[in-house]
Ligand binder design. Structure first.
Ligand SMILES: CCCCCCCCCCCCCCCCCCCC(=O)SCCNC(=O)CCNC(=O)[C@H](O)C(C)(C)COP(=O)(O)OP(=O)(O)OC[C@H]1O[C@@H](n2cnc3c(N)ncnc32)[C@H](O)[C@@H]1OP(=O)(O)O
Ligand SMILES: Cc1cc2nc3c(=O)[nH]c(=O)nc-3n(C[C@H](O)[C@H](O)[C@H](O)COP(=O)(O)OP(=O)(O)OC[C@H]3O[C@@H](n4cnc5c(N)ncnc54)[C@H](O)[C@@H]3O)c2cc1C
Length: 609
């Protein structure tokens, strides 16, 4: 499809999905499932995941009563317009202004520079009638920082932009189809006026007289919509990773190379330890991210209930967990999808493998909802704060509770003696805790050598990110272990999950061996034992690998991959796909008479053939 066709077709699908949701009708969970199977980024994502939650989280009761019924019936379509051409990560650096005019009781929205243009919001370019706009609030010449506003963008009769608004699509993005189904947009305001009651005023207010009334709740609640989306992105990482792994695992069982004896069949590539060493940790990650995603959903629900009761104590941890896990799981999944493409050899590079499209549509997850490095730095700040409070009498809680055992974890030595000891959950956990704590404490010690903490932080950014990742990996490992300790129906299933849990943990040790050795969390002998155990786990997973990906229950239609077909009938179908290519419509290609024939003829003449 051309870009225009792709965009229009996605509009068609989105509107059809909305019709089904209402006609059948579908529950919230079923609607999410429908979105999952629609399988294309589109304006509904931003309307439901960001526009509506932003109003719910930041609007007053009156504002919710006014706007939510319209949004819930999709009589208005909204998006989330925060990022600007010049500023994305640095939200406090946004330039768009919303200046209160007491004479008209309105805010004047203005884009003072080119870099202040809104740039990137999904659904903004061509579809949305409304947006939640983030802009600097100015009253009586004073800048109160960034706040949210509900703004109508387009005329409800003919969809034209309202006077004072310039709006459009930012252009083609990475990949052929991928994210190009979405109208990520730009937007400029030229002194565009909105009524005062369209500032989202749950967190702070501007009175009729133009007085700014800050709220007594943390201003970070303004970032709440991002926390909610980051949490859902973790579960989506599991879905995308599982999809790529399903394709690569099934194909690795079909594909044979070398090893034929006496003219017999060749070896299935899934039997090579190198293939297993690349593939099975990704299989394990798909399960691990699913379980940590379930836990994160619980954490998010818990913090939401606490916030409703004005208990803000767990907000920093919820922010650190959602930011860090969003970052860690999306980076691992993007890398994992690309690894799965390579695991499928040359055929993985074919569009019909399903992997190039999956990669292209997935990889921006490392950037949207916060650049992955910027988000890990938020985790690092949280960790440094926690370390600095050790010994103050305030016991670390939640995911940092392990830091409360700092004295032990800083000096303990791993008691792993034989390979099977690596199947002991307490020993594995302690290894990850020791590594995470020691990396965090080492950063804190290095920071304390700087007179200026912020300067020290800038100097140590790379180490801080590594410490944050170590903490996030510990969370994933620990939640996998907790899952195994809970109710899992079926002993066989539990055994398989145990194998995957240890593959996940031991492979991380192997991959980040430098961290584990340099922090003395394990010795090099213990590292060898971990590798030995890992190989043994691969052997145990091998006979069940295909069943473990079939368990994701993805249909062939959803996978969209010739290589990942359930029936394994890969080669005939590759031919079928090839023959469908427009280049094969004619035997002699268009351009032959124009370019190839004259070239050949010229050579034939000069060679006197
Ligand atoms: C084959 C076909 C396959 C098809 C598959 C189809 C699948 C398609 C998948 C599609 C799914 C799509 C779903 C998702 C759609 C996503 C759309 C994306 C939308 C966006 O990107 S919206 C824009 C997001 N922008 C960002 O995330 C910006 C990142 N920056 C920030 O978040 C903050 O500014 C930052 C960096 C955290 C703040 O830094 P700083 O300058 O230090 O901040 P402040 O001074 O403002 O505050 C410091 C203080 O606040 C704490 N803090 C920060 N953030 C939060 C928070 N969110 N919650 C709570 N607290 C927070 C921070 O820790 C500091 O605390 P202190 O105690 O240290 O003061
Ligand atoms: C597909 C897609 C959809 C999007 N949808 C929306 C949307 O609906 N609404 C919306 O408002 N926005 C949206 N965005 C914008 C997105 O949220 C931002 O792109 C994202 O937050 C990253 O910000 P940036 O582009 O400014 O990156 P930058 O901050 O410019 O990052 C560039 C580089 O600088 C590094 N860097 C930046 N700051 C620091 C620091 N303090 N320390 C160390 N390194 C740093 C980063 O790691 C990165 O390597 C979307 C983006 C994409 C790609």
């Amino acid at each position: 499809m051309t870009r225009k066709e792709l965009f229009k077709n996605t509009l068609r699908k989105s509107v059809h999905a909305w019709k089904l949701i209402n006609e059948l009708p579908l529950s919230d969970d079923e609607s999410l499932m429908l979105r999952h199977f629609m399988d294309q980024p589109g304006f509904l994502d931003l309307h439901w995941r960001m526009f509506v939650p932003a109003i719910k989280g930041q609007g007053t009761e009156e504002q919710k009563q006014k706007w939510l019924p319209l949004a819930n019936k999709m009589q208005i379509i909204g998006c989330y317009a925060q990022t600007e051409l010049g500023h994305g990560s640095n939200v406090q650096g946004l330039e768009t202004t919303a200046t209160f005019d007491p004479q008209t009781d309105q805010f004047i929205l203005h884009s003072p520079t080119q870099t202040s243009s809104k740039w990137w919001p999904g659904g903004l370019g061509k579809v949305s009638t409304h947006a939640v706009i983030y802009a600097r609030l100015i009253t009586d010449g004073k800048d109160h920082g960034v706040h949210g506003f509900i703004v109508q963008l387009r005329n409800m009769d003919d969809h034209s932009p309202l006077p004072g608004i310039t709006i459009g699509d930012i252009g083609v993005k990475f990949g052929n189809g991928a994210y190009n189904s979405m109208d990520n947009g730009f937007l400029m305001f030229d002194k565009f006026c909105i009524p005062r009651d369209q500032m989202l005023m749950r967190l702070s207010k501007v009175t009729r007289e133009g007085k700014y009334v800050p709220s007594d709740v943390p201003r970070q609640l303004m970032y709440g919509t991002m926390v909610s989306v980051r949490q859902t992105i973790v579960s989506n990482a599991s879905i995308a990773m599982a999809r790529a792994v399903c394709i690569a695992t099934r194909y690795s069982a079909v594909r044979r190379q070398f090893g034929s004896q006496n003219g017999g069949i060749e070896t299935q590539v899934i039997d090579y330890k190198t293939q297993q060493n690349r593939l099975f940790p990704l299989l394990a990650s798909a399960y691990a991210f699913r379980f940590v995603g379930e836990w994160l959903k619980w954490l998010y629900t818990d913090v939401t209930q606490r916030l409703e009761a004005s208990d803000f104590a767990t907000l920093p941890e919820a922010h650190a967990c959602t930011a860090g896990l969003k970052s860690m799981t999306t980076s691992a999944t993007s890398d994992g999808i690309e690894e799965c493409r390579k695991l499928c050899g040359g055929h993985g590079y074919l569009w019909c493998s399903g992997l190039p499209e999956l990669f292209a549509v997935y990889v921006p997850a490392c950037t949207y909802e916060g650049d992955n490095v910027v988000l890990q730095l938020q985790v690092a700040r949280f960790l440094m704060k926690t370390v600095s409070q050790l010994g103050s009498g305030k016991a670390p809680a939640g995911t940092t509770a392990y830091m409360g055992r700092a004295k032990h974890l800083l000096q303990c030595r791993s008691s792993i003696r034989k390979a099977e000891d690596w199947l002991n959950p307490a020993m594995v956990l302690e290894t990850f805790e020791a590594r995470a704590l020691r990396m965090a404490v080492s950063c804190a010690n290095n920071l304390s050598k700087f007179e200026n903490q912020e300067q020290g932080f800038s100097e140590l950014l790379a180490d801080l990110v590594e410490a944050a990742i170590a903490h996030c990996q510990l969370i994933v490992v620990s939640k996998f272990i907790v899952k195994l300790e809970g109710e899992i129906k079926g002993k066989g299933v539990k055994n398989q999950l145990k194998n995957l849990c240890y593959i996940y943990a031991l492979h991380l040790i192997h991959k980040h061996l430098g961290d584990f050795l340099s922090t003395n969390s394990i010795t090099s002998e213990q590292a060898s034992l971990a590798n030995h155990q890992l190989r043994s786990l691969y052997t145990q997973v091998r006979p069940n690998a295909v069943a473990l990906v079939d368990a994701f229950d993805y249909t062939d239609h959803y996978l969209g991959s010739v290589l990942g077909r359930y029936d394994g009938n890969v080669y005939p179908k590759l031919f079928e796909e090839a023959l469908k290519d427009p280049l094969n419509d004619t035997v002699v290609p268009d351009g032959y008479h124009e370019y190839i024939r004259p070239l050949i003829k010229q050579h034939l003449r000069s060679a006197r053939l």
